[in-house]
Write a protein that binds this ligand. Structure first.
Ligand code: DGL
Length: 290
């Protein structure tokens, strides 16, 4: 189903659009960061479903149920458009959300696949082989393989279930912890490259992974397999901008944000500022049930 199947409210040009963004937790803030840069004229309502994180190890039924409750909360908050800033929720629940909601719903998988196609075309040595690192649920869904195959690319998906906890625990900075993260990445990348030795593009298929990019680059260097690393955050923001009226047609104003989290507000503010690259002024606690 295409994102254009439900159209935007017709009064959108006379006021600031409200864009709902959700993720299982903090990772989606890397998408919000790009949205804020590209569409500064909007009001954003961001929900991190931290109480039920991680989604990446759960079943499709559970992920759809969680994603629906987050999406319905944002629709009730007046969202004109919804961004699923989570690869796992996009891979497993995009179509359910598009059917259930009366507003356009944009996921991160198709924009990410398009960014991979563009990157593959820019390689010095052209390669259609794309390596996707993602959560177990995302790789099991095959969503990236379908999206990349439809664009004429060859996909190899590698589940990396230890990466989200490493990011969540902040094991990327201090040398003692960082060495663990580097070793985990080394093992995952050796296994992935054994399956896809010709890959020249590495697609980060999880919104937590952009924080690992410097460590992934270091690891690829030690493996002597440099690759172009891309993520779907910027491409998703561009897909959203394409759905909105041109910015000069939207009434002016600086971007504003409301944040909601379903678990510790203090942790959300602390970790969230690393993902967003700026302070989160205030975060409200939300109970979405189990
Ligand atoms: N942010 C999620 C994603 O992009 C991963 C975190 C989780 O497992 O909940 O897939």
């Amino acid at each position: 189903m295409s994102t254009e199947s439900t159209s935007l409210s017709t009064d959108i040009t006379s006021r600031r659009p409200v864009i709902g963004v959700f993720d299982s937790g903090f990772g989606g803030l890397t998408v919000l960061r790009e949205l804020l840069q590209l569409i500064p004229s909007a009001h954003y309502v961001y929900l991190g479903d931290t109480a039920r994180l991680p989604y990446g190890s759960k079943s499709r039924e559970t992920i759809v149920r969680y994603a629906l409750s987050s999406a319905q909360f944002l629709a009730a908050k007046g969202a004109d458009l919804l961004v699923i800033a989570c690869n796992t929720a996009t891979a497993l629940a995009l179509e359910d959300l598009q059917v259930a909601l009366p507003i356009p719903v944009v996921g991160v998988v198709e924009p990410g696949a398009r960014a991979a196609r563009d990157a593959a075309g820019q390689q010095d040595v052209r390669s259609d082989d794309v390596l996707v690192l993602a959560t177990s649920a995302t790789t099991q869904s095959g969503a990236y393989t379908r999206a990349l195959t439809a664009l004429g690319l060859n996909a190899t998906e590698k589940a990396c279930p230890l990466l989200v906890p490493l990011v969540e625990e902040g094991w990327l900075e201090l040398p003692m912890y960082k060495s663990v993260a580097l070793e985990v990445l080394r093992i995952y990348l050796i296994e992935a490259l054994a399956q896809s030795p010709g890959a020249a593009t590495l697609l980060l298929g999880c919104t937590h992974y952009p924080l690992l990019k410097p460590l992934i680059e270091t690891t690829l260097k030690t493996l002597r397999h440099p690759m172009r690393i891309i993520d779907s955050a910027n491409a998703t923001a561009r897909a959203v901008a394409e759905l909105l009226p041109r910015s000069e047609e939207i009434s002016e104003g600086a971007a504003s944000c409301e944040f909601y989290a379903t678990d510790s507000v203090e942790k959300f503010q602390r970790l969230g500022s690393i993902f967003l690259g700026r302070e989160l002024a205030s975060v409200q606690l939300l109970d979405l049930g189990g």
